[in-house]
Design a binder for this molecule. Structure first.
Ligand code: C2E
Ligand code: CA
Ligand code: CA
Ligand code: CA
Length: 275
């Protein structure tokens, strides 16, 4: 039994080593990947629940690694945040998304994810206003998605920066809502323009009465604060029907559209225009 346990521990340690090695290797590759243009942006549609009309697109970062293939953001974003590569990467995302969206034949809103590290280490206000000026994208077409972690670290400073960004005419959405530690406190401290209901609620809505009750409560909260709520991760017609019934404003998920490369979106908009 003793050997068995030892073997298990060794195996575990080997796996930890392996994980640490992978992280170090990825961190190194991240910096090179930025220079070698291995990153691209995908766009996922956000629609009105009531009318089915397209409201905007969330911008999702993709990394095509020369040996590893497509590395998911859940794997490389935390590493990029740890090693600081998120700063140039985040700037690239913002600039590229604004450039691409400014060329679309229809002015759809784009929603760009912000890392907490970006709020802490960059003059975000200057960056955002510079990128808007450079690309000519209307400020009202840019939305920044932040999670509660972004605010918790240094609340006073974060709120000050977000207010200045809002003053530029850019809107701010609160992402993954309902999973943080202080959701209600966050809502009270800042006038968000949108609440994005975390995907886990959709996953559980058909099986858990609690999840359904919480969705209802958040929708009521959105209505009384006069803030639209977007449900993330909508995969089935039943989920969409329920959102319709409960008066949810917007939805996003595989049912409405998978994330697609920029060229596909551009073509989609062009065809819709000429029809
Ligand atoms: P997120 O901001 O919550 O983005 C939504 C994620 O859910 C995306 O995963 C999207 O592909 C996925 N998704 C959308 N609809 C569905 C659905 O119906 N079912 C399921 N199962 N999943 C769905 P993705 O692209 O892998 O991104 C993961 C996370 O990585 C994002 O979560 C975001 O936190 C982060 N991320 C992505 N791009 C960026 C970026 O440019 N900057 C920063 N800082 N973070 C990013
Ligand atoms: Ca997001
Ligand atoms: Ca989210
Ligand atoms: Ca998330």
């Amino acid at each position: 039994a003793k050997t068995g346990l030892n073997q298990t521990i060794c195996f575990y340690e080997a796996r930890m080593d392996e994980a640490a090695r992978t992280r170090r290797a990825l961190a190194k590759d991240l910096w090179a990947g930025i220079e070698r243009k291995q990153f691209s942006l995908f766009y996922q549609v956000q629609k009105s629940v009531a009318t089915g009309e397209t409201i905007g697109y969330e911008v999702l970062l993709r990394w095509l690694h020369p040996e590893r293939g497509m590395v998911p953001p859940s794997e490389f974003i935390p590493i990029a945040e740890e090693c600081g590569a998120i700063v140039p990467l985040g700037e690239w995302v913002l600039r590229t998304a604004c450039t691409e969206a400014a060329r679309w034949l229809h002015p759809y809103k784009i929603a760009v994810n912000l890392s907490p590290v970006q709020i802490g280490h960059v003059d975000l206000v200057a960056l955002v206003s510079q990128v808007l000026a450079e690309t000519g994208l209307a400020p009202s077409l840019l939305e920044l998605e932040i999670t509660e972690t972004t605010i918790i670290a240094d609340k006073t400073r974060a709120l000050h920066i977000l207010r200045q960004i809002k003053a530029l005419g850019v809107t701010i959405a609160i992402d993954d809502f309902g999973t943080g530690y202080s959701s209600l406190d966050t809502l009270r401290s800042f006038p968000f323009d949108k609440i994005k209901l975390d995907r886990t609620f959709m996953t559980e809505v058909e099986t858990s009465p609690q999840a359904k009750a919480i969705i209802r409560a958040i929708l009521a909260l959105g209505r009384s604060l006069n803030v639209p709520v977007l449900a993330e991760g909508v995969e089935t017609e039943d989920q969409l029907a329920l959102l319709h019934l409960e008066g949810c404003d917007e939805a996003q998920g595989y049912l409405l559209g998978r994330p697609k490369p920029q060229a596909d979106i551009h073509e989609l908009i062009r065809r819709a225009k000429t029809m």
